[in-house]
Write a protein that binds this ligand. Structure first.
Ligand SMILES: [Zn+2]
Length: 507
């Protein structure tokens, strides 16, 4: 089966053209792009799509998302990460979500992603309070059914949340700590077995789903687990995806737990390689950044989530200058509060302009589009598979209407994609050579039925969830005090936009 996209305005994101648009035909045979050139001959039986008024670009790659949060969009505000997590990933009293709701939740993420032009995502699938293979199966089934390309992790963590926070024993009442420590974390051996089984069951499914290795964070896993996870990621050539230095508290945690930065700690375990992707990478020192560049690691940059949780501003220019690959992510649907990648693209382009007056160091539209396509692809270990319109690549394509409001009148096309486009101009989305979105609707699922079922089952779940949140509020004042203490500590760098002296005295 083949499709010829005739005379499209192509933003290929290939090595030669990057975001510079050109007119061309694009031929897709099966799941791959086989030719990109003007006036291609029509193969026998090919479907021809006239693209005279269409822009064709590679699907966006969401380098970091958590589908767990899909029911919590629009629920919280003005809480920093560690306090927000008490509500969005509660540690007291939570029951597992039903497999049906996990499946539906996954469809919400897939729907919002595809409709907004993201054809590939990395879902760090955290399941609270704990994860089973059948729960993960529901996630894979969701992405399989909706037609997106997905890289999904198991939730690799073997320290209790309470034990990942500094100063807990001196600052949280003993009875609360005891309650939070009641459930034993799983062992390294458990997680290795879980991941091996997940690789067997899920990896390669539908020709577009992968199981990937994602130890949650250096303070959230034991050394032994990190080393074992890295070995699995090497054996199966998957990304090694880990949250690192998202917040100032985590910078303090590195010093308190390991007497070093968290990047130095990871390096000492031998797990910093070109497979490593650091989610966030905000509170990095200059020498951390140098280390990441030297090994060819990636950072999944999540500007909207970082703004929402007040985590600080990642050092965009310093990372690129050091040779670190940057992908763009939405992060979870509670800290964002959506999976719309065009929002993320625009925010990434805007955020860093307030960090310094040297306007020549600000992100360009081309760099941001690169991060949103090629950067994310490389971070997911799909560098030669997706992220560009070029022969041999998977046919993951987004088609936009050049006659739409967002392109009228049309000026610099790359700048339109970064600053003007919000997904409204998308007419079709293709994944693996198959059309999955047309006229704003996902074609492989009954969207209305899914939303109706989420309203019913999700509504019931959230009703019960409110009681769990209430219970976890008991920890809030103590975590608040720890947060404030960490903010007062000097860590040698400042990633807030305000001068440290302006707020240290206030807290
Ligand atoms: Zn995350």
């Amino acid at each position: 089966m083949s499709t010829l996209f005739r005379n499209a305005l192509v933003v290929a994101m290939d090595d030669t053209n990057r975001s510079r648009p050109f007119r061309s035909d694009v031929l897709v045979v099966g799941d791959r792009i086989t030719a990109v050139a003007p006036d291609l001959p029509v193969p026998d039986g090919a479907e021809i799509i006239d693209c005279t008024h269409r822009l064709l670009m590679p699907g966006l790659v969401n380098a970091h998302v958590h589908s767990w949060e899909a029911l919590f969009k629009g629920r919280y505000d003005n809480l920093p990460l560690e306090l927000w997590m008490l509500l969005s990933y509660p540690i007291l009293g939570l029951e597992p979500m039903s497999e049906r709701l996990i499946y539906l939740r996954t469809l919400l993420v897939g729907m919002e992603s595809l409709r907004n032009g993201a054809t590939c995502l990395l879902d760090d699938v955290i399941e609270s309070p704990t994860q089973s293979l059948t729960a993960l199966e529901a996630v894979f089934r969701g992405y399989e059914d909706i037609g997106i390309r997905a890289n999904c992790s198991g939730n690799i963590v073997n320290r209790r949340y309470i034990d990942t926070i500094p100063f807990v024993d001196e600052m949280v009442p003993a009875e609360l700590v005891t309650e939070a420590r009641a459930v034993a974390p799983r062992t390294t051996e458990d997680y290795v077995q879980f991941s091996k089984e997940a690789l067997t069951r899920f990896d390669g499914r539908a020709g577009r789903l992968r199981y990937v290795i994602a130890p949650s964070g250096p303070q959230r896993c034991t050394e032994e687990l990190f080393v074992a996870a890295n070995e699995l990621s090497r054996e199966h050539d998957t990304t090694f995806h880990v949250h690192v230095l998202e917040t100032k508290m985590q910078a303090v945690t590195g010093r308190e737990f390991y007497g070093s930065t968290l990047v130095e700690y990871l390096d000492s375990l031998g797990v910093l390689t070109d497979r490593a992707t650091l989610a966030h990478g905000i509170w990095l020192t200059d020498s951390d950044i140098e280390r990441l560049g030297a090994v060819g690691a990636s950072v999944a940059h999540n500007p909207i989530s970082n703004l929402k949780l007040g985590s600080g501003i990642a050092p965009w220019r310093a990372l690129l200058d050091a040779g670190v690959n940057i992908g763009l992510g939405s992060d979870g649907l509670s800290s964002n509060d959506s999976a719309r990648m065009f929002d993320v693209v625009k925010s990434a382009a805007l955020l860093h302009k307030v960090t310094q007056p040297d306007f020549e160091a600000w992100p360009t539209a081309d760099e941001v589009l690169w991060a949103a396509t090629r950067g994310g692809a490389r971070s997911a270990r799909l560098a030669d598979q997706v992220g560009a319109i070029a022969p041999g690549r998977k046919a993951d394509l987004v088609m936009l209407d050049l006659n739409a409001l967002n392109f009228t009148p049309a000026n610099d096309v790359a700048r339109h994609l970064v600053y003007v486009e919000n997904g409204d101009s998308i007419t079709e989305v293709w994944v693996n050579g198959e059309v999955v979105v047309r006229d704003g609707r996902c074609l492989h699922i009954d969207e209305d039925a899914v939303l109706a079922e989420v309203r019913e089952l999700g509504g019931e779940y959230l009703h019960r969830y409110a009681e769990i949140e209430q219970r976890n509020h008991a920890l809030m004042p103590h975590f608040r005090a720890i947060y404030q203490r960490c903010c007062r500590e000097a860590v040698g760098i400042n990633r807030f936009s305000d001068d440290e002296r302006a707020w240290v005295g206030v807290l």
